[in-house]
Design a protein around this ligand. Structure first.
Ligand SMILES: Cc1cc2nc3c(=O)[nH]c(=O)nc-3n(C[C@H](O)[C@H](O)[C@H](O)COP(=O)(O)O)c2cc1C
Ligand SMILES: Nc1ncnc2c1ncn2[C@@H]1O[C@H](COP(=O)(O)OP(=O)(O)OP(=O)(O)O)[C@@H](O)[C@H]1O
Length: 188
């Protein structure tokens, strides 16, 4: 996909938890303010799932439904496979350039490119990049997909669900929710 302007957020977004939700809210709000399309760039399967390091928290369908409630203009789904994984950080930056981002919004721990060679700071050398501080839960722990997986494994389903915080979002979707985000599959 190519665009002549955008605000982009990137990640696996497994579970679309409270940290991801903050990224999505800021991305969509910034895009609206700038009057350009909001793009959510995600991977399927999540890289950790592809590498056999994790079980997915939710299906792709569920992930897309959850992301769509934030009303981005485009959701790009990159098929994360043996071909895609060979892309270097530079390849990924070139792919991102096709979206002509006015701003890229990620969390501090964002990594991209083969062997996780790219960091949020590298992204900042190429694009206007906003790096969000981590969203934490009540006890100060950083909310993450890994933490939710670990809570679920320990049988703490209610605590895991609290970090996903999903039911609240579904019953109170953003007021500017649009009917349909446009789904794209990234070209290989
Ligand atoms: C082109 C590309 C190649 C990647 N290669 C690897 C890899 O070799 N090893 C790895 O653990 N993760 C790899 N990743 C996954 C990233 O480190 C990261 O998990 C992914 O971009 C999702 O970011 P997030 O985990 O912050 O959501 C790659 C990501 C991209 C975009
Ligand atoms: N708690 C958080 N606060 C702010 N941003 C976050 C948080 N968790 C993840 N992000 C950001 O969201 C994007 C997607 O991250 P990712 O899908 O890797 O989530 P994760 O919870 O860190 O996953 P995992 O635990 O499996 O590594 C990245 O830009 C990441 O930096």
């Amino acid at each position: 996909m190519a665009l002549d302007s955008s605000v982009v957020t990137i990640g696996a977004f497994d579970g679309v938890h409270r940290g991801h939700q903050e990224l999505l809210r800021q991305t969509i709000a910034t895009a609206r303010r700038r009057g350009v399309p909001a793009v959510v760039y995600t991977f399927d399967p999540a890289p950790k799932v592809y590498f056999g390091q994790a079980e997915p928290l939710i299906s792709l369908r569920e992930k897309l439904e959850r992301i769509a409630t934030f009303a981005p203009d485009h959701i790009v789904v990159a098929g994360f496979d043996q071909l895609y994984v060979r892309r270097t950080a530079a390849d990924f930056l070139a792919e991102l350039q096709r979206l002509q981002p006015r701003e890229v919004i990620v969390g501090e721990d964002f990594r991209f490119g083969s062997c996780k060679g790219g960091t949020a700071l590298l992204l900042r050398q190429h694009f206007h990049t906003r790096i969000l501080p981590p969203v934490r839960c009540g006890n100060g722990e950083i909310v993450s997909s890994s933490r939710i997986r670990s809570l679920r494994r320990s049988g703490l389903a209610a605590a895991a669900a609290a970090l996903e915080n999903w039911r609240d979002i579904v019953t109170a979707p953003p007021a500017n929710r649009s009917a349909h985000a446009q789904f794209e599959v990234a070209s290989q």
